[in-house]
Design a protein around this ligand. Structure first.
Ligand code: GLC
Length: 736
């Protein structure tokens, strides 16, 4: 009897498999499924799959039961539903989400484990909203403080960006949501972004602007990459032979899908031959404005069919695109074991809040004449606190461009401070900035600015402590896509307001919410300064927790804060370096970007890369051991870290390599970040951190050999808690 049942079960299983086409069998080999599906598709179905059917979806194959592919912005949360074929929002009422902190904030945590939780939580929100691809993360390098989209990226150092983007991608893709790493590549400004032709050296390309993308693809396993709008060395990035065919798909072995930025395709032949797989958002009349919505006019639609039918481009170009699109579909839309996902769960708010807690950077906390510091501000003292500043109440998730979000819950800084200091809090707006808009911004009458400032100053006289909450916002010309900032200083009359407040009340705490460095000529008049980013739904909880001391700040700057704009590398070489001459741009600062520039040229930043204070203090100890390494040896450096203060807290040990200039005739930055570790310690506790030092840390790109070379010679290993403070240094002699 048992045998009969077994035979019956086996027969049914075989029949099921026999009836189920291979491509639909989730247990079958992925590549076999791809080939099976490809073999069943018609010519028209294949071409249709290579371009949009709506603003944010691309077609599957209905006849074969292969679902459409749904994409959504953005890197910090799932964007509200957009209409089928226009940029207008669809007006849904079930698409409010968790707004996670901006990626500069995530980078400021220097905590890769948090990045993984962030990616996983964001993917769960994407799954619930039925999205297969999240259009993020962005890892374009922070080259100028004027770039309107720096808040969406992970700072000025490719190693930090790489270390943080890999876990974000793994956390996201684990449950079947594709990351789409953007914008590949050299989209380091918004001015003339859709056509500026970036020229740069191979060393700058390989050492600064590509490494984070390379990590995302090779170590993160990103399933899609978004081409940038700009040109690189004369060819649009979305169909750039060097970037896509040679480097991304050739050298790096990328097996996923290259998606245009929306409207980033400009040429059918290049799109066919240079590795573009999915065309989205093209202005269908092929000119610069959107015609009636006909995707047949897309470059990879009828014009592509024409080239294929004429034999001008080989059918293999089409099959390669479709294989990649099917692979992406099987990894996402067609994946059967995906979780259902969730929106605005306690877990997601917890992740968002832990990221924002660890992101806030304490820049300044001077000891006052009283011998104490203003921060942390003990709620038990019952001091009268005036909160000044529009950013204390403004919804900073609105505006900014495609990363805009419709959060279900927002704890504003004022909410967070009121939760802790309750009736001791008074508020006044202090300044006005107008509405977030694109392409232009509101002019605020001077009379409004003056009157708001006078009210604030009058109220500040009566307060024991003043907390100013300002910075930038998501208006056009601020931290916003589609345009760059016009000035380095704080806008909307904030500098004058800060100075006027400091004049009448020395107990002034300035909290800046921004995604960019700003001019801080007023800093010497302010005893306490926090850099608090765009922190998303739980912003106020974190700002309140850090100001009151229930959270000990541990953020470190992911980019330098120059004293003056001209101190920044991009602004040192005239207009062609930034913003370019409207046609071409020359990255004359080459490999010296950010702290690499400041420290190599001896132009100190006001606040350096990797800098951030704590409410406690730490001591680093190591027994210096000058070491000789050769070949592929590796060595270890052990560092003891002790919390020498009275509060538990975290610090991030950073390891930089400083090559002896005699090692090679190639110019080298005086130091480069090559490792870091964040540690948490109770007061008085000690832990030991072990850094592995490997030869690849010594390497730089050698144009003569077209590869990275670790030249023999002396290397200083500098270990500290910012890019300018190294209590530990060791010399390593390296022999090839
Ligand atoms: C935008 C952005 C890109 C975004 C896309 C879709 O122009 O550059 O980051 O994902 O279009 O909104």
């Amino acid at each position: 009897m048992k045998k009969i049942f077994l035979l019956l079960a086996l027969t049914m299983a075989v029949r099921a498999t026999a009836d189920t086409p291979l491509y639909l069998d989730p247990t079958a080999d992925l590549e076999a499924r791809v080939e099976d599906a490809l073999s069943r598709m018609t010519f028209n179905e294949k071409v249709a799959m290579c371009h949009a059917q709506s603003k944010f979806s691309a077609p599957g194959v209905a006849r074969l039961g292969i679902p459409d592919l749904w994409m959504s912005d953005g890197p910090h949360g799932v964007r509200a539903e957009i209409s089928w074929d226009s940029w207008k929002y669809a007006g849904h009422t079930n698409d409010s989400v968790t707004a996670f902190p901006a990626l500069t904030a995530l980078a400021a945590t220097w905590n890769p484990a948090l990045a993984e939780e962030y990616g996983e939580a964001l993917a769960e929100e994407a799954l619930y909203r039925g999205k297969d691809v999240i259009l993020g993360p962005g890892v374009n390098i922070y080259r100028t403080p004027l770039n309107g989209r720096n808040f969406e990226y992970m700072g000025e150092d490719p190693f930090l960006a790489g270390e943080m983007v890999v876990p974000y991608i793994k956390g996201m893709q684990r449950n079947g949501v594709a990351a789409c790493v953007k914008h590949f590549a050299l989209n380091n400004q918004e001015k003339w972004r859709d056509h500026i032709d970036v020229r740069l050296s191979d060393r700058a390309l390989r050492e600064i602007y590509l490494p984070a993308f390379r990590r995302a693809v090779i170590d993160g396993g990103a399933w899609s990459v978004m081409g940038a709008y700009n040109k690189v060395r004369g060819q649009h990035a979305c169909h750039n032979e060097m970037l896509i065919n040679n480097i991304l798909k050739g050298e790096w072995g990328f097996d996923g899908v290259v998606i245009t930025d929306w409207g980033g395709a400009h040429d059918t032949r290049e799109a066919a031959l240079n590795g573009l797989d999915l065309e989205m958002g093209t202005f269908t009349n092929g000119l610069t404005s959107e015609s009636a919505f006909t995707t047949d006019d897309y470059y990879l639609a009828d014009p592509y069919k024409k080239l294929l039918r004429s034999g001008e481009v080989a059918p293999s170009t089409l099959d390669d695109k479709v294989r990649r699109l099917l692979r992406l579909n099987f990894r996402t839309a067609m994946r059967r074991d995906k979780p259902f996902g969730s929106l605005c769960s306690e877990k997601h708010y917890d992740v968002a809040e832990r990221v924002s807690n660890e992101a806030i950077v304490l820049l300044k906390n001077d000891t006052l004449a009283s011998g104490t510091t203003l921060l942390p501000l003990d709620p038990g003292q019952g001091r009268r606190i005036l909160v000044v500043g529009e950013n204390a109440t403004r919804n900073l998730m609105k505006g900014g461009g495609s990363s805009e979000l419709k959060p279900k819950d927002i704890v504003t800084p004022l909410d967070g401070l009121r939760d802790i200091y309750s009736d001791n809090i008074r508020f006044t707006q202090g300044y006005a900035s107008g509405r977030p808009m694109y392409g232009h911004s509101e002019t605020i009458a001077e009379s409004v600015t003056d009157s708001l400032r006078h009210i604030a100053v009058d109220m500040a006289r009566e307060a024991d402590v003043v907390i100013f909450v300002g910075g930038l916002n998501k208006n056009h010309g601020q931290d916003c896509e589609g345009g760059d900032r016009e000035e380095y200083g704080l806008p909307f009359g904030q500098p004058e307001l800060i100075e006027a407040l400091a004049e009448v009340n020395p107990n002034l705490i300035v909290t800046l919410l921004s995604g960019n460095a700003v001019g801080m000529e007023w800093a010497d008049k302010v005893p306490a300064i926090l850099q608090a980013w765009y922190l998303g739904s739980m912003a106020g909880n974190s700002i309140g927790s850090v100001i009151s001391g229930s959270v000990n700040p541990s953020g470190k700057l992911p980019f330098s804060f120059p004293v003056n704009l001209e101190d920044n590398s991009a602004h040192h070489f005239g207009q062609l370096s930034y913003p370019g001459d409207s046609i071409t741009q020359d990255y004359a600062d080459d490999i010296l970007v950010g702290y690499r520039w400041h420290d190599t040229k001896g132009i100190p930043a006001r606040y350096p890369f990797g800098y951030g204070m704590s409410y406690t203090t730490f001591r680093l100890d190591a027994t210096p051991a000058n070491v000789t390494m050769s070949g592929n040896d590796k060595t270890e450096i052990k560092v003891k870290v002790t919390n020498t203060g009275k509060r538990a807290g975290s610090d991030t040990l950073q390891l930089y390599v400083a090559p002896d200039p005699a090692n090679t005739s190639l110019e080298r930055p005086v130091k480069e970040l090559k490792a870091f570790r964040k540690v948490w310690l109770e007061p008085g506790a000690t832990t030991e951190v072990t850094f592995a030092v490997t030869p690849d840390m010594f390497a730089c790109y050698d144009p003569d050999s077209n590869g990275f070379v670790a030249f023999p010679g002396q290397y200083e290993i500098l270990i500290g808690t910012s890019s300018t403070n190294f209590p530990i240094s060791e010399t390593i002699s390296y022999r090839q």
